[in-house]
Design a binder for this molecule. Structure first.
Ligand code: TXA
Ligand code: MG
Length: 313
């Protein structure tokens, strides 16, 4: 098991020596290493069992620091960063050569994010380098939202987990890039589409590409728990699978193995509980999880995206 604590000096020490540390963010826990070190970045891919064609997000303490790693920041990106950083927004920007190609899987853009979590912001401010950090789960599995989740899956492979409690948003950052200065959303996440469009106007959505995905987070079957997930009308599905586990948005279906994401029907609350709930079914005596889409607005879009991927085979 990895040691768990809130010792920033210890995290700094490990990271400075090219070791990895799991870090809390407002979205999910990350598996962090020095983004400028090929040694550290190689460890990230190997601990996660992640294919090297899948690029990593680089975490910075503020917008000013981002300038050290990218060649230019489009006006609309500046607007978004000014309004939503620190926060659940990753911007794909043209990279400087100081960012190793390994981090970006050879792409000429790098995902830059300024996370909103006190401990991790203190850590980033204490370090002379940025942190590459994918979600701290084995490749393809559901992201961790508590230190225990990280320890269960990666505890034997890393030394330290910076304990920042439960991630308040619970779903990964929204990824926005630019094609000929046109803003494109590649992954729905903790920042809603409505909030983005209020700030920079209409954006293009490219969250469902299936072949040669620009962001492999777009791969259809991703974010999957250990059990089979069926998505549809829970009521109908129950007639065929009466022994199944049920993951509902707000309704009580009166079955034994049931988790209600938000009894009061709030998308934010449902997002916070989503990954933890999918994990919980792995420990229950059920072979199938039945679930349903939530209203497709606000964080509901990101929840539905993850549910569709969890159900894809
Ligand atoms: O909330 C988050 O974003 C969390 C926390 C830890 O910051 N991180 C996270 O990282 O979710 P990861 O690696 O699990 O997902 C990042 C996604 C991947 O699907 C990757 O393919 C995509 O971002 N990505 C990263 N850099 C990219 C780039 N330059 N171009 C296209 N996609 C990129
Ligand atoms: Mg991930």
């Amino acid at each position: 098991m990895a040691e768990t604590g809130a010792d920033i000096a210890k995290a700094v020490e490990l990271l400075t020596h090219d070791e990895l540390v799991a870090i809390p963010t407002e979205t999910v826990y990350g598996l962090a290493g020095n983004a400028l070190s090929r040694v550290a970045v190689t460890k990230i891919f190997s601990v996660k069992n992640r294919p090297q064609f899948d690029p990593l997000i680089v975490h910075v303490p503020n917008l000013e620091k981002a300038n050290d790693y990218v060649t230019e920041i489009p006006e609309q990106a500046k607007k978004l960063a000014a309004k939503f950083w620190p926060g659940p927004l990753t911007l794909l920007l043209k990279k400087k050569s100081i960012i190793p190609d390994l981090v970006t899987a050879g792409l000429d853009t790098v995902g830059i994010r300024c996370p909103d979590h006190t401990l991790t912001r203190q850590l980033l401010q204490a370090l002379p380098f940025p942190l590459a950090a994918p979600s701290a789960n084995p490749f393809g599995y559901v992201s961790p939202t508590k230190p225990e989740h990280v320890n269960e899956q990666l505890g034997a492979k890393i030394q330290y987990i910076l304990d920042g409690g439960t991630c308040p948003i619970g779903i990964e950052s929204t990824i926005v890039g630019f094609e000929d200065n046109v803003p494109v959303v590649y992954r729905m996440g903790g920042l809603s589409l409505e909030a983005i469009e209020e700030t920079i106007g209409t954006v293009k959505l490219m969250t469902h590409s299936t072949s040669n995905p620009k962001a492999p987070g777009q791969l259809k079957s991703h974010y999957a728990p250990g059990k089979k997930v069926l998505l549809g009308s829970i009521e109908e599905l129950l007639s065929k699978h009466p022994e199944a586990g049920v993951l509902s948005f707000s309704k009580d279906y009166g079955v034994k193995n049931q988790i209600i994401l938000s009894p009061s029907g709030k998308p934010e609350e449902a997002a916070q509980h989503l990954f933890e709930s999918l994990r919980a079914f792995d420990k229950m005596n059920v072979s199938v999880i039945l679930t349903e889409l939530v209203p497709d607005q606000g964080l509901g879009r990101a929840i539905n995206d993850r549910l569709r991927r969890a159900a894809a085979v």
